[in-house]
Design a binder for this molecule. Structure first.
Ligand code: 5AD
Ligand code: SF4
Length: 440
């Protein structure tokens, strides 16, 4: 690879989950600390970071086509770094297949980007997919300006080994960040403009500190920070849903009434084949306890249709579960065989046409459930955290406590908590009527 001038501008493109969004922001902060500035809208960047996702589909193929599209008409390309979970899973292969890429860096090693950029400028290509003992969090610069709602990664990795999932391989074992580091980062987020913090982790409710305190203790400590008005957390595993955390939904007013608790399937045989280690019954029993603690809780989940061997009747059980729970929102996916996972080797891979049909039916049921939830909110008065301007003059967009998108018109500013009455409901958003002027 030829030496190139040091990059002056960068662009980070993140795909996939919220943890990748968080990593993308941290990489941007790291690049800014090196004196590299964000490329202006519409202009080409000197350095492009593709922060990739490996969870579904032909993720790697997508990366290669993105790399191809970065090539300029004269055949040259910007400096390209491939980060994220595809980098972790296929580092060497990317290097071999895509000569335009000069850096491949995994999700646990991206604090080393500045040294890799220096190498790339000197014409040396490098792959770093280590999971080093030193944590990236200690090496990253402080948070810059953030929006009213900010992410905070508190836990990474997964020890659950669901048979369809690549995360235990790409993100490694479950690791929790220390309590005091998290309080310090939350304080910095608030100083940088956040009023809501969403705690992130692949298994966020498995978070434990050195003294074995659980996530509810972290939530309680965060709730005591002045200026932090709302706390959320995602994604949780049913098996880590402790009674202490459930009770935090009753006892901590700043903890928002929303729970994302993936179930994946409504059939016990499928759950067992997925190695989920919970049953439909035990999942429903958890939801009962959560509802007892916080009756207005909005529930969300993830579903996979067409897991190997899933029959029509087993799929119907998933539809029945959706009906029974009354989800406020959900994510649903066609099963995607991931190389190296046990499910990819199982008999009974379901044809794509069958998966398409099941997904359409499931999504219709989930949309109906979401609309019903939104309609049931009509007439409620609640606070909306204003996140941005709407398309119409004087219109604002924000989130209700139940994570619904709400738009309203009136006097407000980004970051305000504004009291509205919910007056109209669609499947994806609600409209609110201003009940009180801004109080900042
Ligand atoms: N195929 C389809 N969906 C998957 N998910 C994880 N792995 C796969 C896969 N191989 C879904 C699960 C998980 C969400 C983050 O992505 O529903 O909860
Ligand atoms: Fe994708 Fe999972 Fe990696 Fe997030 S953690 S980027 S969803 S594979």
């Amino acid at each position: 690879m030829r030496p190139s001038p040091p990059p002056r501008t960068y662009r980070v493109k993140s795909f996939g989950c919220q943890m990748n969004v968080y990593d993308g922001e941290r990489m941007a902060e790291l690049l800014a600390q090196q004196g590299i500035t964000p490329a202006p809208e519409g202009e080409e960047a000197d350095l492009v970071v593709l922060n990739t996702c490996h969870i579904r589909e032909k993720a790697a193929e997508k990366v290669y086509s993105d790399i191809g599209r970065l090539r300029r008409v004269d055949g040259t390309a910007p400096l390209i770094a491939v980060a994220g979970c595809v980098a972790q899973a296929e580092g060497e292969e990317i290097m071999a297949r895509a000569p335009a890429v000069s850096m491949v860096v995994g999700p646990q090693a991206y604090h080393r980007l500045p040294a890799m950029i220096a190498d790339a400028v000197a014409g040396k290509r490098a792959v770093d997919t280590d999971m080093p003992a030193e944590t990236k969090f200690d090496a990253l610069p402080a948070r810059r300006k953030v929006g009213p709602s900010a992410f905070l990664t508190v836990q990474e990795g997964c020890d659950k080994f669901c048979t369809y999932c690549v995360v235990p391989y790409t993100r490694g074992a479950e690791v929790s960040r220390p309590f005091k580091d998290l309080l310090a980062e939350a304080q910095r987020l608030i100083d940088a403009g956040a009023r809501e913090v969403t705690l992130l982790g692949q298994n966020v409710n498995a978070w434990r500190d050195e003294g074995n305190r659980g996530l509810e203790k972290l939530i309680e400590a965060l709730a005591a920070i002045p200026g932090l008005e709302r706390i959320r957390y995602t994604t949780s595993h049913p098996n880590d849903m402790t009674q202490g955390l459930i009770e935090a939904h009753r006892d901590v007013p700043k903890l928002m009434p929303f729970l994302h608790l993936p179930v994946q399937s409504g059939n016990d045989r499928v759950l067992k084949a997925m190695n989920r280690s919970h049953t439909v019954g035990s999942y429903l029993e958890i939801l009962d306890r959560v509802r007892a603690a916080r009756p207005d809780i909005a529930l969300s989940g993830d579903f996979i249709v067409g897991f190997p061997g899933e029959t029509d009747a087993e799929f119907e059980d998933t539809l029945r579960l959706v009906e029974r729970v009354g989800y406020a929102q959900c994510f649903s996916f066609k099963y995607s065989a991931r190389p190296g996972t046990p499910a990819a080797e199982m008999d009974g891979q379901v044809p794509l046409a069958v998966m398409d049909e099941r997904l359409a039916r499931l999504q219709a049921a989930l949309n109906a459930s979401q609309l019903a939830f939104n309609r049931a909110s009509l007439g409620k008065s609640c606070e909306v955290l204003v996140e941005r301007r709407g398309k119409l003059a004087g219109q604002w967009l924000g989130k209700s406590p139940w994570l619904q998108s709400v738009h309203f018109t009136g006097e407000a500013a980004i970051g305000d908590l504004i009291r509205v009455e919910l007056v109209e409901a669609g499947p994806n958003s609600l409209s609110g009527r201003l009940l009180q002027p801004a109080h900042g």
